[in-house]
Ligand binder design. Sequence first.
Ligand code: ASP
Ligand code: MG
Length: 467
Amino acid sequence: MNNLLVMKFGGTSVGNSTRIAASCALIAKEAAVRPVVAVVSAMSKVTDLLLDTTKHAEAGDRPVVDRNIETLRNRHLETARELLSGSELQDVEAAIGILVGEFQRIVGGMEMLAYRPPRAVDEAIAIGERLSSVLVAAYLRSKGVPAEAVNAAEVVVTDAVFNNASPIMDATRQKANSRLAPVLANGIVPVVTGFNGATTDGRPTTLGRGGSDFSASILAASLDASELWIWSDVDGIMTADPRLVPNAKILDEITYAEAAELAWAGAKVLHPRTLAPIVERGIPVWSKNSFAPEKPGTRIVSKLGEGNAGARAVTSMANVTLVSLEPANPAVSGVHVMARALDALDRVNVEILALSSSSYRQSFCFLVRNDELTKSLEAIESALAIEMAHGYVHEPEVDHNVGLLAVVGEGMRGFSGFAGRIFTAISRASINIIAIAQGSNELTISVVVRRDGLEKAVQAVHAECSL
Ligand code: ASP
Ligand code: MG
């Protein structure tokens, strides 16, 4: 569609009535001059509340379930009352009642089963976005902007990997066009739920925590949007986390590849999978602050102009664990151990943050998020059970006292000296380097250091690369 703009609003940008009004003003301004699709997250902290409720339901903890449901209902009703009045308010109150009732019904089932089937969890936690989309659409209408709340289960077609689904793009493209193009053609702003979708046969799914960014990019690609604006509560993508590096700067421009690497390595601005659907189509993305919309934000594009050599940003992750595996017998090849381990990790959907292998003894190590450690170890131990039982492979070694630092920049490619400067900066700060990884695309240099040196290492590298 010509000149279409997709605008995505994160949880804090729709976190209360004031923020909803401000975000709707941003939508109204654009909708006056071009077709707009809005994509919304749940109000801040609501997804956590919904998930927590499903856990208490599974545990049979009725008082907490009931209390959470009342919190959910009241937060949305109060927000509606602050935003709307008259019959508009009544309609929204009724819609909130129905959605909260739906949530109650699902968690009631979990309580009865003492179990949370992944599919039911997805159906339950998508209610947060459905509630916020109803509020946003109603408020837009009350301000004279025609708008319609749309459940992405009617639009985004995914595989059946519940809790972490991936889109099936061809099917989504068809559905998005048949469901949303007529709405847009009538001058109505569709306010689509972020985060959720449904399988081809209609089973509800979600795209993983923080997945509303991903939803927005899936829709932008499917509808051939001309731009995607992602509104959050920060000014854009920064050269480092400003809590660690006070003089970190906002980047004016960054490439898709750089932004994706940064998201992967812990920068919280974008969901790591966000950019994949739009790279191929070259749709420009802006990361902007809905609390300070006058600031330019960061533009994410295919290619940067000249004069952007060197590192672009440094990021870090503290809640990670390093796992090492080593053959215990020369008859077993390290490659075999690695292949078996990686296959096992893949089967349980673990994200490997860095991987490194070297030495005659063919040991290798990889880094995972702490919350994926247990399932990683279980997967490896079951895949290599026989080898371990017979002393061909050592038990995995686990090191919790580590952190990951990643330096990202397309401008490092093909230049010598960056790795040297980074390592020198880290060692000058007297921080021991435990493992190193750089892919052959030379986009990211990942360094695993002792946890207590992580912050200092980030500061040292940021200063050295004059970011
Ligand atoms: N509401 C979902 C979450 O908190 C998705 C999102 O906000 O992007 O994970
Ligand atoms: Mg979010």
